[in-house]
Design a protein around this ligand. Sequence first.
Ligand code: C5P
Length: 360
Amino acid sequence: MQGFARAYPSSCTQRKVLSSKGCSNSFLPASWRKVGVHRPVQSVAAAPASSLEKQVSLFSPSKVNLFLRVVRRREDGYHDLASLFHVIDLGDDMDFGLLPEGATSETLECSDPTVPTNDSNLVIKALNLFREKTGIKRFFYVNLDKKVPHGAGLGGGSGNAATTLWAANELLGRPATTAQLLKWSGDIGSDISVFFSHGAAFCTGRGEIVEDVAPPLPLTTPLLLVKPPLGLSTPTIFKSLDLARRSQRDPRELLASMTEAGQKGVRALQEFCVNDLEQPAFDNLPQLAQLKTEIGHALDSSAVFMTGSGSTIVAVGSDTAPACLLDPKHKDLFISPARLITRKSGEWYKPSGMWSSSPQ
Ligand code: C5P
């Protein structure tokens, strides 16, 4: 599928040329001054290019849940999960710079005007957490070029937070180990820790207890991601889960069976791609159940399931949108091919390099 152009919906592809009024990015390297950059949350005094002491650009990946079992509802309102997560190559581009010593606030810029760039953004939460845990009071410039849709069950924001922790650690000479970053990340979200695995992980607890596993499928396995314009709210989906309607499958057995089936081909996978959150997601958004059925019929040799709390439907076994999705009624769908990815120890994730819009 070399050269396959990713089909992003307008909200993802449109790089609106926004005024950079109020945005003092003149101190950035020219290659970082992108269109679409806007709205610094907390601006720093403009500094000369040389003021960014160190810079790094990183790929911020997303994830799919190849299966997701909800084990129990907890007293703190969360749910214990047992889920096979896999990092994928649909991701955002992030640029980081270490602001001069003496800077007292962060600058976060984002290409998507619907993404808040204040303290509620997981990037800012990650930097606050990093300072709190390391005791190093340094601040950062961050530019986030968003491509992963939100409300999608793809963990795009969580990937941004993990990438931010990794970048801050790199820019400060690695004061923390990867194991520490993993442990700390559980304080600000349930889906962040998985990105500090090597890419395939069996996760329990809220999702923050991470056990590295071998990728259950060849990394060359084609994936297709399909998301309707409506996103789903994770808390709402967890709250509307009817515990009585969950799968009865044992998560460890699912892991073993999926790994075994994965060696035989994708056709054998479907029965193991269980997601207990499909029931509340489909109850909240009946069109999503129809979409899954439609894709399942069209790609009958693929395994088709919802990831996370939705609303993305994943097909494992094909990365080509079936003809039914080209119908005008589906014109607003987000459709993207993807691949499973892993990272080497000591390195961050890199895009697979397969897609023309994600150049290496
Ligand atoms: O941890 P995170 O911020 O990603 O979770 C968002 C919301 O999703 C939580 O406030 C909770 O309502 C729900 N959730 C849950 N059980 C989990 C993870 C998330 O109930 N394991």
